[in-house]
Design a protein around this ligand. Sequence first.
Ligand code: ATP
Ligand code: MG
Length: 582
Amino acid sequence: MGLLDRFRKKEEEPDIKVDQGVLIQEFKKNYEIVDKYDINKPLASVKIAKHQSLGEGLHYFVDEAPLNEQEFNSFKKIMDILGKEMHPPADMEMNPKDYVFDEAGKVAEKYYRALGKFTGAGWDKLFYYVVRDLAGYGPLNVMMFDPNIEDISYNGLNTPVYVWHRKYESIPTNIIFTNEQTANDLIVKLAHKCSKHISSATPLLDGMLPEKHRLSATFMKEVSQKGSTFCIRKFRADPFSVVDLIKIGTINERIAAYFWLLLEHKMSFMIIGGTGAGKTSMLNALLSLMSQNDKLVTVEEVPELTPPLTNWTQLHSRQSFQFGQTSAHSINIFDLVKVSLRYRPDYIIVGEIRGEEAYTLFQALATGHGGLCTMHADSLDNVVKRLTSPPMNVSRVYIPLMNSALHVQRVELPQEKEGLTFGRRVRTIWEIEEFDQYREVAIWNPRSDVFETWFEDSVLLERIATGSGVSKQAILDELEARTKFISEIVGEGIHDQKQVAEKMLSYYTMKKEEKDERSSDKKTGRKRKEEISEKSKSIEELLSSVVSDEAKQEQEGPKLGRAAMLGNRDPIPRQSKKNETE
Ligand SMILES: Nc1ncnc2c1ncn2[C@@H]1O[C@H](COP(=O)(O)OP(=O)(O)OP(=O)(O)O)[C@@H](O)[C@H]1O
Ligand SMILES: [Mg+2]
């Protein structure tokens, strides 16, 4: 081999593959880029692209800075050393990424001769991969930290990992697992991150990752023909608030004001919709409309709800760790709903009802508690049918105890909104009057993308009016006042759920102040009237006494002047003055 050949060979040498057992499809120059953004500049970015050779539709390309051979060797050495020398952090609260980064830095200082010479950017690249593989998600890391990704699914070997992109919906990625052991190792690692266990003996897993993402996984070929599978449903670190939902058009101010009134009067409602329709996000957002004095218990399989209240007990189910058939040590939603009743909450909130816990929840409603829940269903009819059949077995007469239901759905938008052609909308709001009698009080119009509401026909608002001893019109006026107040909050640009809840509180303070002002106005008015009448009374008395004094004086001769008496001042000097002038 000549020198030139050797040089050419070196130039063409492919970058080293950091991930073994994974095929990362390369991005080619002739692909048409539709979108491009950084995730960890300059080391990781994403390209959304299309090309005939890729087939129809868009593709998600993870693009990470490649390592050359020398960098790869040093990366391997650091990983080996950390594997032997790294101990768990003394402070368990410490962010694992920061800890691994610090430890990798120490290794680089200690072994710099053996690791080789790198520029600052070179070290950054090495540390990026170390942190990615030890404290992150390896080849899935970019999608895990891409805020546009809602979920990640792995369906088996030799097929691309799929993502659900906020803008482009479900698209394949350039990451393909090709080795069974690599995929299984990753799933075991994910299970450990959830502090859970997955194996051939217990091949099903439902857990929560440290960033609160939900993980569902199956292990090997126990329950899935194609081997291990998983789906990660990503949790928004910054959950949707009511203001966010109004801004993106999922609900409007009037609907938010309606639920605010229902919550204030301890009414119960459920949110229904398909998978990933946004049921939990809607429930969570509406919780910021709850009164700060309310006591809540949330019951969930995986804790997702974050009500901005302090008087809140958060319960979640537990899987048994025991091998074999017994589930004696599992605590399920049904057990927790029963326990929650003993906490005497104002509201019991069940993340999602699926089974016999529905029966207990309705029992709770019948004993005067408020109840909120979500349920996987696409119509209220189906909900009621399921509720009244086994295993839920809710009696028909109990159905109207769930006062209202709202249906949230992923929909195609008639016109693009903020670059999106689809969105989530509250399709219908019903009030449940009887077992089979529902009243539509709001719908979303798919042609105009606006909500139509008939709250003036609402039976619940009427019930609130009767209970509060006011007219229905007064409640409708209150609904309008709250709608206006929410519009102002939306206009102020506040969006954080806690801040929104604080703002809502200020509505009550404002109302109280207005009321106090009105009653103090009334009081001052009354007092002033009393004072005036008191004064005029005393003037009259004085005048009459003066008149009688003058009459006396006429008989006895002058003593006190009229002005001195009326002014009620010390009469002596005046008297002397009067005497002087006299
Ligand atoms: N109104 C919305 N607009 C845009 N995205 C939303 C909206 N609501 C929820 N999402 C996103 O949709 C995904 C699913 O949301 P969520 O978990 O609330 O749905 P879900 O109906 O409760 O799902 P599941 O059926 O798993 O319980 C999340 O990624 C969330 O960020
Ligand atoms: Mg949910």
